[in-house]
Design a protein around this ligand. Sequence first.
Ligand code: SF4
Length: 180
Amino acid sequence: MLNKFNKLEDKAKELGLDVFIIDTSYIEVENRVQLKCAFGCRGYGKRLSCPPHIISVDEFRKVLKEYSKALLLIEEHDTSAQKDIFAAWSQLRRESFKKMLELEYYSFREGFIFAHLLRPGACNECEKCADTCTRPDVRRFPPEAVGINLSGLIAKSGLELDIEYCDFNRIKCVGILLLE
Ligand code: SF4
């Protein structure tokens, strides 16, 4: 199995992603993270990849118990020359998502048949979400949407990573690929 993880790591690097193998016991799921979605996010309710349109935090806690390993995936983008950071974030997270989804498909083909990606940011594959998702095959939710505390995860895993949310010169797209 170790070889199989190494293959996924190599594939992630080939796609231009930073990759870290983590134990899912390090993934902290907290109700207060989703609270920030419901009260404070200007996109709340607009995307079908996010609350209240997805599984609940409690449901995700149960799902997570069925996975033992995951890949933490990060792609950092230099955004120092960007004038409109929201437009840049929209474009960059779409690009990072495509790479991460390719890795999910690759993992499936390598025998991880329950491989499931938690994508960077809200889904923006369509300009607007319809009443029901028009592309459910690519619909994935972000880690925060199901209560994952990314900062807590990084600290608990002992990774020396700097996830600076307020640094608009270095935007990081972060995803988690659950593996089983
Ligand atoms: S695929 Fe389109 S409709 Fe579905 S969640 Fe994503 S943006 Fe919304």
